[in-house]
Design a protein around this ligand. Structure first.
Ligand code: 5AD
Length: 349
């Protein structure tokens, strides 16, 4: 649907609950029409919490010294991959901090092994890696890459993303174009309700999803982490109360619904950050308001508490098995199906 930025802004600021419900219903209809009733499952492997960066909001930022660091071994990663296969997931997502100890060839070999021995799609989410790394991993068989642009407000972006020590700041839009050229399915997205994020900048972010023709769109509420400059209130850019986007559940559903209307074919997850705001039914409500993907966490429980990019992240204690069993029942209860196969983007001619 062609929604102008002004119309998007109108939806973000809409106060009439009946109209907001109509927006959700339309997003659900468009989701069904374009990507169907399948819910695709992507097994998330949080490979490493080591990070070279200093993002103002993120709990695994380099200078959070209170955190024990880990990097999973090849064998541990392949055990998670086996679990994904056993559960019937079509994709594994390998995510980490920007960890340069994850070396080009080490990871390329793991990707080749997964692609040779399983039918799984491989998604990477490893931060702003070099063009050479991205190219090597694509050649090894990686299918998709996720890199959120977080906010299109340049001033706010630079405030909360200091460059890597000794390096100039990279342009994530440039990296996203590069990923596309390399043949990756490309995903991006934003946080909702970052301190200093205005309604008009969020409307612009959403308009960009369509302009960029993203294959995957991941959004979630900003969640304050006390061990970060943004969470501790020492990095703030204050804007007026009327302009500030709330980091609320309802704002997250609106952004998911608008993303679906603007990008009908995209794969859109109902994210963990959303379920952290509403453990009971956040995931389900996301799936009923435009989303069609869930990313169950396959990280071994001993590492999970160390991957707290924000606090009180849901399912810190659950084992992959427990979550899996409950999830199947929850999806069926919604009247939806479990997606088979890799579940990549399907382009209508
Ligand atoms: N609150 C919400 N989301 C966060 N992320 C990182 N830190 C936080 C936080 N405090 C999100 C970023 C990143 C993704 C992996 O996690 O959007 O791209």
């Amino acid at each position: 649907m062609a929604l102008s930025e002004t119309e998007i802004l109108g939806w973000l600021r809409e106060n009439d609950p009946d109209r907001v419900d109509a927006l959700y219903a339309e997003a659900d209809r468009v989701r069904r029409e374009h990507v169907g009733d399948a819910v695709h499952l992507r097994g998330l492997i949080e490979m490493s919490n080591i990070c070279a960066r200093l993002c103002g909001y993120c709990g695994i930022r380099a200078d959070n010294r209170g955190l024990e660091r880990y990097r999973m071994t090849r064998e541990e990663i392949l055990e998670c991959v086996a679990l994904a296969q056993r559960f019937g997931y079509g994709t594994v997502v390998m995510q980490s901090g920007e960890d340069y100890g994850i070396e080009t060839e080490w990871l390329a070999e793991i990707i080749r092994t997964i692609k040779r021995e399983t039918p799984l799609a491989v998604t990477l989410s490893l931060g702003e890696r070099s063009g050479e790394d991205l190219s090597a991993w694509r050649s090894a068989g990686a299918d998709r890459y996720l890199l959120r642009f977080e906010t299109s407000d340049v001033e706010l972006y630079h405030l909360i993303h200091p460059p890597a020590p000794g390096k100039a700041n990279q342009d994530r839009f440039h990296i996203l174009r590069r990923l596309r050229e390399l043949g990756y399915e490309t995903g991006s997205g934003v946080m909702i309700g970052i301190p200093g994020q205005s309604y008009s900048s969020l409307a612009h972010d959403i308009a960009l999803f369509a302009q960029m023709d993203l294959d995957m769109i991941g959004v979630g509420p900003y969640i304050s982490h006390p061990d970060t400059p943004l969470g501790a209130g020492v990095m703030e850019r204050r804007i007026s109360r009327e302009d500030q986007v709330p980091n609320s559940e309802t704002m997250t559903y609106r952004v998911i619904a608008l993303a679906r209307l603007l990008c009908p074919e995209a794969n859109i997850p109902s994210t963990t950050a959303l379920s952290t705001l509403n453990i009971e039914s956040g995931r389900e409500l996301g799936l009923q308001r435009g989303a069609n993907v869930i990313m169950p966490n396959l990280t071994p429980p001993k590492y999970r508490r160390l991957y707290q990019i924000y606090p009180a992240k849901s399912c810190i204690r659950e084992t992959p098995e427990e979550f899996h069993a409950a999830l199947m029942a929850r999806i069926r209860k919604l009247g939806r199906k479990i997606g088979g196969g890799p579940g990549g983007r399907i382009r209508k001619a």
